[in-house]
Each structure stands twice: as C-alpha cells, then as structure tokens.
Design a protein around this ligand. Sequence first.
Ligand code: 2AM
Length: 178
Amino acid sequence: MATQRLFFALELPAPLQQQLVQWRADNFAAEAGKPVEAANLHLTLAFLGEVGDETSRKLQLLASRIVQPGFALDLDDAGHWPRPGVVWLGCQRAPRGLLQLASLLRAQAARHGCAQSAQPFHPHVTLLRHAASQVALPARGFHWRTDIHHFALFASNVTRGRTRYQALARWPLLSSGE
Ligand code: 2AM
C-alpha cells in the first residue's frame, strides 16, 4: 500500500518566513546548526507519520468539519532541545485556539491509528536541525507576530536528500465575529 509522510501544521506567511531567515542569520552562528529552508518553516499541530490513502481521506474529512476560531500567533520564545538537535521558536504563552486545534487534530489522528507522542505538545517552529550541543540563544524581547486564519495538511517529500513540504489541503478557521 502506498503511504505518505503526513502532518497537520500552520503555514507561516512567506514574508514572515523571509524575515525569520534574516533574523536567524543575524542571531545564530553559522556552526549552530543546519538552517531549515524558508519555505519549510511551519508549526506542526499533529504529526501523522506514514499514512495510507484511506486514513488520509478520513482525517481530511474530519479536518474539513472542524469549527475553531483563528488566533494571533506571537513567536516570542526560543529554545534548544539537545537530544533531537533542534533549535526552535515558540510562544511564552501559546494561544488557547492553537492548543485546542492541535488537541483536536491529535485526538482524531490517534483514533485513526496515528500514534501521538507521549510528550506534552510544545508548539514550535524548528529553525535549525543538527544543532551543536551548545547554542547561544537570542535574548527574549523579540516578537514575530502573525494572524492565523487556516491550517493545512502537508506531505513531507524527500528528493535527492532535500526535504520539501507540500500542502495537500487547507481549511479555514473562523474569523472574529463569525
Ligand atoms: P520537528 O520540527 O520538531 O522535527 C515534519 O517532519 C514535522 O513533523 C516537523 O515539524 C517535525 O517536528 C514533526 N515531527 C516529525 N517526527 C515527529 C514525531 N515522531 N512526533 C512529533 N512530531 C514529529
């Protein structure tokens, strides 16, 4: 059976992706780790793993029925996880709408056989992979803000050693007043 490596995520607008790449270059040493490409900067809501067509279709149908509010995302925190070798951006206080959406998608994924990590969900945008064991992080005080109006299902494709994330479908979140 053909499978695809899938995950639900928030897309970051292209101008924000470009700003983050510039900020990363200004704030991290070249040897700090391998930078994630601008177009691949995203925030995962629920990782599904290798999924067949039928499960993918069912989870997309459930996703299309989600009625949740949009929210303002403020990336104002940075951290380093030495074991996976990841440097990330996150939120000092994650918006409730983000946590609700991730929790729903993760529960639906788990019910359809996509095992979810036992670790608490920590929303983050991975900035660097293969991070050095010691990384100097930028001081807090930065704010990367964007309004989130939709979420998406992505496929992770690796061609000639290069990872590309392809949005397969997008669903809107409610705007305030809806
Ligand atoms: P990461 O950025 O912290 O590595 C595509 O691979 C996305 O799914 C990435 O955001 C990645 O998170 C996440 N991901 C990959 N494997 C995962 C796993 N086993 N559990 C949770 N998220 C995972």
